[in-house]
Design a protein around this ligand. Structure first.
Ligand code: NAD
Ligand code: ZN
Length: 359
């Protein structure tokens, strides 16, 4: 097991990464200061099948009374209707101000459970127990929580730091292949923007990672979370540095929106976005073509798409880019690579972006 602390003053909290940590949930939660007693154990229908019994008995061993709530698997559970059900469940379970939520699942359960914890009784403790690679390398850390609005994703939300993050890499064994590879896109992102040595490790270890070697996955998840923690502690509310985490996401989000949600998984769209950003980086950021190719090759070896589909090389797509929330009036603040392991932000005009992708 690897353990480290995310240093955020009074919101500082531990991160544990290792195999079979589910069996220590009670103990680790107690050690993080969670009061024994009723705890809302929130999970989704897929994760429940595999892990809710184990999680519940580990909580009981630690002196907790787990009150299980299973939401339907899928993005649709980040809704006000499901949130309302969750509040009802917590009131029924007599969760009070000293009570807590344990969010066991992927980013959907983490965002939903985290937001319920942020808002219920003006805020109670949440322990994040991520079970997808996306959640283990990314969404469980940083304190962003929320639900979707019919008009837009993640429109309703709050910053609410967890009391602990407990990432059991053993749970990744049951994750479907496509969701697993999607998570690799976010891990590769950290290497690309912050750590050339991590990128080299990924190149060396990728076959073992794809075979889900738990020792290597533990190292990968811990490294990713340490890098994200370094960014988040420097910039908790996304005022500056945290923007580099959006590498590949400007084009990725536009692709997700114009292709229709569901065509690409988020990580797949981000992979295409990172490949496109590599091309832009070669033109405007200082990245060498060799380095750009290395990044694209790694994404491809991870089974991720890297080609911008021809139907997006159109004015419609650039319109979608304009709607991105990081837009500035006549251009976009774009995250580029100066070299592998070093991100910079540059303001690019739409014309400069369009010229690269519509020919
Ligand atoms: N808060 C943040 O900073 C942040 C960052 C990135 C993404 N997100 C959010 O995260 C969500 C996506 O998260 P996700 O990709 O984890 O999706 P998800 O939570 O929907 O999980 C993906 C699928 O895997 C299943 N699953 C989860 N763990 C499993 C396991 N161990 N074994 C078998 N199946 C398992 C789930 O039931 C689901 O069907 C989005 O809503 C996104 O907005 C939030
Ligand atoms: Zn992402």
């Amino acid at each position: 097991m690897q353990t480290f602390s995310v240093a955020l003053g009074p919101a500082s909290h531990p991160v544990h990464v290792g195999d079979a940590l589910l069996d220590g949930l009670g103990e680790l939660s107690r050690a993080a200061g969670i009061r024994p007693g009723p705890v809302a154990l929130v999970t989704d229908s897929n994760v429940a099948r595999h892990y809710s019994a184990r999680a519940a008995s580990a909580l009981e061993k630690g002196g907790f009374v787990p009150k299980l709530m299973v939401v339907p698997a899928g993005e649709a559970s980040k809704s006000s209707a499901v949130l309302q059900d969750l509040y009802d469940h917590m009131i029924g379970a007599e969760i009070d101000r000293g009570g807590s939520i344990l969010a066991l699942g992927g980013g959907v359960v983490g965002d939903l459970g985290g937001f319920a914890a942020a808002s219920y009784l003006r805020g109670i403790a949440v322990v994040q127990v991520p079970t997808t690679l996306v959640a283990q390398v990314d969404s469980s850390l940083g304190g962003k929580t929320g639900i979707n609005h019919p008009r837009a994703k993640n429109l309703i939300g709050a910053f609410h730091q967890p009391s602990a993050i407990i990432a059991d890499v053993g749970t990744l064994i049951t994750l479907p292949e496509r969701e697993f590879r999607e998570g690799l896109a976010e891990a590769i992102k950290y290497g690309a923007i912050m750590d050339a040595a991590m990128l080299a490790d990924l190149e060396r270890d990728l076959d073992h990672i794809l075979a889900r070697d738990l020792g290597i996955l533990e190292a990968l998840v811990a490294k990713s979370l340490r890098l994200k923690a370094a960014v988040v502690t420097a910039d908790e509310r996304e005022a500056g540095l945290r923007k580099i985490l959006n590498f590949g996401h400007t084009i990725g989000h536009a692709l997700e929106a114009s292709a229709g949600y569901g065509t690409y998984l988020h990580g797949e769209a981000v992979a295409i976005g990172m490949a496109a950003a590599a091309t832009l980086s070669e033109k405007f950021g200082g990245l060498s073509t060799d380095e750009g190719s290395r990044l694209v090759r790694l994404l491809q070896r991870a089974g991720l798409p890297t080609e911008m589909p021809p139907k997006f090389r159109t004015p419609d797509f650039t319109a979608a880019l304009r709607l991105d929330k990081k837009r500035l009036e006549s251009g976009i603040e774009f995250v580029l690579l100066q070299r592998l392991g070093k991100a910079v932000t540059r303001r690019l005009d739409f014309e400069q972006i369009v010229a690269v992708f519509t020919n």
